[in-house]
Design a protein. Structure first.
Length: 91
């Protein structure tokens, strides 16, 4: 399997195909789905996980930018700016 995979990478012109693994292909696949807004529940099913916990744990590095983008979008929507402790309203 690995030999065939690396042969395909060589044919496609990938640099240093001997350093690639099928795991990297799977990670790239998940990253592309995340970048295109596919819900984590759908991704978990596609990659064969029984739930989102495993997907979130394994692909944490790929999820972090998506979460950050979501938080930034919410800031833009609500016009929120971080408050310092002194600026917090008293309750």
């Amino acid at each position: 399997m690995r030999r065939n995979f690396r042969g395909l990478l060589t044919d496609a012109g990938f640099p240093e195909p001997h350093e690639w693994t099928t795991r990297e292909l799977r990670t790239s696949f998940v990253s592309l789905l995340l970048d295109h807004g596919i819900p984590i529940e759908v991704i978990a099913r596609v990659v064969g996980h029984s739930g989102t916990n495993i997907t979130e744990k394994v692909y944490r590095k790929q999820l972090r930018p998506v979460i950050s983008e979501g938080a930034e979008a919410m800031d833009d929507i609500f016009g929120a700016t971080p408050r310092t402790v002194e600026e917090q309203p008293e309750t």
